[in-house]
Design a protein. Structure first.
Length: 74
């Protein structure tokens, strides 16, 4: 998956909850539900999900080996 010019539309909203040294806790609302949407969009703006080896372009500042984000449906 990637953000491409002629790709399907996908909308993601996010809000900063708290900033830490080297990372930020965010609340994310997906509007379209595309595969890997949050991971792709966050990586596209230069802020990959911690532990996401697929979309992080090798960035793993914390040595986390997998994503483990708490989620809830609102």
């Amino acid at each position: 998956m990637a953000v491409i010019k002629n790709g399907k539309e996908a909308a993601t909203e996010f809000k900063v909850i708290k900033r830490y040294d080297g990372c930020t806790l965010i609340e994310v609302k997906i509007r379209t539900g595309r595969t890997h949407q949050i991971r792709v969009h966050m990586a596209q703006i230069g802020h990959p999900v911690i532990g996401d080896s697929t979309y992080s372009n090798g960035k793993n500042l914390f040595g986390v080996e997998r994503t483990n984000a708490p989620c809830s449906k609102t």
